[in-house]
Design a protein around this ligand. Structure first.
Ligand SMILES: CC(C)(COP(=O)(O)OP(=O)(O)OC[C@H]1O[C@@H](n2cnc3c(N)ncnc32)[C@H](O)[C@@H]1OP(=O)(O)O)[C@@H](O)C(=O)NCCC(=O)NCCSC(=O)CCC(=O)c1ccccc1C(=O)O
Length: 260
């Protein structure tokens, strides 16, 4: 597959996958998800690769989630909601090698969920984490909510989803959402150091450790499949469309009348 929305680079045992849509803060559309799935599968089974880094181009964002200009209601691609997100999430989890999120700038909405699903998160001081679903008429009914609760604790996960606040890299470390935060100028050096340390380790032990930890939360993919059917119906409602329209029109959404 040739890539238009992402970049793929493999060097010295490290595969770097970069979402390359800086004009929309690395928001993803259906094509982006397809390319990411392909790239993760490629990195997963290429023997020379021992660690995968996921990042975003341009320095302003890791990813801001679903491309709001690419939908009103359903997205246009494969998958229950027109984005093969469940396959993308599975591709990250099923890569039998550590996956590191290199986060500079915004990791928002589905972008925050992508970082969450990576095994490790290295944040720059400029990193900003948060969910926006309830502000824009969306929600991840699987890993983004249920797994988030496991990673940062139920109270924090509920706060993150219910208030849609933004959290700095330092706060993300305190919450357990990121492993470490470093000045932006040291981000690449830090990522390189973590990759080198991982590459010294037994690849089979790493794969067993990752899959073993995954097994404990594997049932969430069932919740996700079921919940996405509800999200598909939700995306068809005026309530959800109001969230998307408000974002595009750069105004606050008016959800009051849906509180029935
Ligand atoms: C990230 C912001 C807070 C940044 O704000 P600000 O600094 O003021 O910059 P802006 O002017 O807003 O943005 C700059 C520029 O980028 C465009 N842009 C930013 N984000 C997006 C986007 N997601 N889609 C399209 N375009 C985007 C923005 O329009 C500007 O362009 P101009 O041409 O200059 O005007 C702020 O941008 C922000 O809050 N962004 C919104 C993020 C958002 O709504 N994301 C979608 C969330 S819903 C989602 O991700 C769907 C997927 C999902 O949640 C899900 C559902 C079901 C199962 C699984 C999942 C999952 O895992 O993802």
């Amino acid at each position: 597959m040739s890539y238009g929305d992402i970049l793929f680079e493999a060097q010295d045992g490290v595969a770097t996958i970069t979402i390359n849509r800086p004009e929309v803060y690395n928001a993803f559309r259906a094509e982006t998800c397809e390319e990411l799935i392909d790239a993760f599968k490629r990195a997963a089974w290429e023997d020379a690769i021992g660690v995968v880094v996921l990042t975003g181009a341009g320095g302003k964002a890791f990813s801001t989630g679903g491309d709001q200009s690419a939908h009103e209601g359903q997205y246009q691609g494969r998958g229950t909601i027109g984005l093969p997100l469940e396959e993308l999430q599975a591709a990250i989890r099923e890569t039998p090698k550590p996956v590191i999120a290199r986060v500079q700038g915004y990791a928002i909405g589905g972008g925050n969920v992508l970082a969450l699903l990576c095994d490790l998160t290295i944040a720059a001081e400029s990193a900003v984490f948060g969910q926006v679903g309830p502000r824009v008429g969306s929600v991840d009914p699987g890993f983004g909510t249920a797994y988030m609760g496991r990673v940062i604790g139920e109270k924090r996960a509920r706060e993150m989803w219910f208030l849609c606040r933004q959290y700095s890299g330092a706060e993300a470390v305190r919450m357990g959402l990121a492993n470490v935060v470093v000045p932006d100028s040291e981000l690449d050096k830090e990522v390189e150091q973590w990759c080198r340390e991982i590459l010294e380790k037994s690849p089979t032990a790493l794969a067993i450790a990752k899959y073993s930890m995954n097994a404990d939360s594997a049932h969430i993919s069932g919740l996700s499949a079921m919940g996405l059917q509800a999200v598909k119906l939700f995306y068809g409602t005026e309530e959800s469309k109001e969230g998307v329209r408000a974002f595009k029109q750069k105004r606050k959404p008016e959800f009051g009348k849906y509180r029935t």
